[in-house]
Ligand binder design. Structure first.
Ligand code: ATP
Ligand code: MG
Length: 435
């Protein structure tokens, strides 16, 4: 029979992977909490209309990448391709934005039917951070500070910050008009996608990967020349905030972002070490979105960080995972039952205990105990059970095995764990002293 495989572009995260993920998630969570952001958890499936209305009908995502299907009652639903739309939907639905500011974050899987390759999956994971209710450039700067601190905390290096401004709706429309005029002159020389985009989404031509198109785009009108006065001063102030915070950036007029809802500030962190998919984190301001989705007009800004790309950047550095404190060995039926209970009393005391399950003999169970990496083995055989005694065998230090009354178990195990920890610390010092 054929073995069943996972769906193309959707990856399993095995225990060796999740250890790294958890380390990153812990670090990221600590950073966000220090800035006062609170977690929001959102459904993975939403009404299709939500994405059509927010991301934009003419974008690649809505146009050709969404996992959309009819629900059993016929309603069109979609696996979320990104998180901002759902977050804003939830905020409006629960009145979170009523005369209040919100600093929110969420993470989880996103789905886009793209061509799978390095850095591009069909199920991938994002951390989303959203600040809703602030109009000024200071919150844009705070978001950028958060990103910068995340790179520092997780040890990611070589990420270049690019920033740009898309202006407000009117100035962007004006700029769009100039672009259409400009690119129309070169229509036949552009790549196919870009030809189509002249009429649908001309700004996206600026980030085409096609060489000829790129050359033509390099002489295109520049967006910052078309900014309205307010967007211009917003952008200048953002630059001042970043300068004050000592955060380096490049003003990148080709940076346009693929989603329709952005306005004014947009930014990305790009790595040169990830091949064609170098953008690890991207975001910007979306002042019209809340209103567009039926809420009261509310300014907002946020970013989304691609976790797979960040992990790729960090490389597969092995993570030290903690082994168990105790490996529980029980011999014979009655002892196995007593052992199950005994193991739980050690867990009540906060220890990590792995119990042997099955009917193996002493030698076999000891082999598993050694392989488990546990610090001590606790042995419960028929003799011990009869005399209410227990045997403790240290596995990592040179200490001798001992048999003692069962009610001293915790005390003895703790003693062994302490001795083993001291020994490890000493041997580490030894290494440093010698090296
Ligand atoms: P890209 O430039 O890769 O197409 P995008 O502009 O579509 O990205 P956003 O929608 O802004 O990206 O998503 C933010 C981040 O999510 C990206 O910078 C990237 O790190 C990650 N990301 C987006 N799409 C994918 C994908 N298909 N697979 C893995 N990560 C992705
Ligand atoms: Mg994309």
């Amino acid at each position: 029979m054929n073995k069943l495989q996972s769906i193309k572009g959707m990856k399993d995260l095995l225990p060796v992977d999740t250890a790294v993920w958890q380390r990153i998630e812990d670090a990221v969570r600590r950073v966000l909490e220090r800035y006062g952001y609170a977690e929001i958890r959102l459904p993975i499936v939403e009404r299709t209309e939500l994405f059509a209305r927010s991301i934009g009908e003419q974008t690649d995502i809505v146009g050709k990448e969404m996992y959309t299907f009819p629900d059993l009652d016929g309603e069109s639903i979609t696996l979320r391709p990104e998180g901002t739309a759902g977050c804003v939907r939830a905020g409006i639905q629960h009145g979170l934005f009523h005369n209040r500011h919100q600093r929110l974050y969420y993470w989880g899987p996103m789905f886009r039917h793209e061509r799978p390759q390095r850095g591009r999956l069909r199920q991938f994971h994002q951390l989303g951070v959203e600040a809703v209710g602030w109009a000024g450039p200071d919150i844009d700067a705070e978001l950028i500070q958060i990103g910068t601190r995340i790179w520092r905390e997780v040890g990611a290096s070589g990420l270049a910050l690019h920033i740009n401004s898309l202006g407000d709706v009117e100035s962007r429309l004006q700029y769009r008009q100039r672009l259409v005029e400009y690119f129309s002159k070169y229509r036949t020389q552009l790549d196919n996608d870009s030809q189509r985009r002249i009429d649908t989404n001309p700004l996206r031509i600026l980030d085409s990967k096609d060489n000829t198109t790129q050359q033509i785009a390099s002489d295109a009108p520049e967006i910052l020349d078309y900014l309205d006065a307010e967007s211009k001063s917003h952008f200048e102030e953002l630059c001042e905030y970043l300068d004050a915070a000592g955060i380096a950036y490049t003003i990148d007029q080709r940076l346009v972002r693929g989603l329709d809802y952005y306005s004014r500030t947009v930014f990305e962190w790009i790595s040169g070490d990830l091949g064609a998919q170098g953008t690890v984190c991207a975001g910007g301001r979306y002042d019209r979105l809340v209103e567009q989705l039926g809420g009261r007009a509310t300014p907002a800004a946020g970013f989304a960080l691609g976790l797979e790309r960040l992990l790729d950047l960090l490389g597969r550095r092995p993570v030290q995972t903690d082994s168990a404190d105790v490996y529980m060995i029980s011999l014979g039926d009655p002892a196995r039952k007593a052992g199950l209970v005994l193991a739980d009393t050690l867990r009540d005391a906060g220890l990590t205990v792995i119990s042997y399950c099955g009917t193996g003999g002493l030698k076999n169970q000891m082999k598993h105990a050694d392989k488990s990496g546990a610090t001590v083995a606790v042995l419960l055989g028929e003799d011990e059970l009869k005399s209410d005694m227990i045997t403790v065998k240290p596995l990592r230090s040179g200490q001798r095995q001992l048999t003692a009354p069962a009610d001293r178990l915790l005390e003895i195990v703790r003693g062994c764990l302490d001795a083993s920890a001291t020994q490890t610390a000493n041997s580490r010092e030894g290494i440093y002293a010698n090296g």
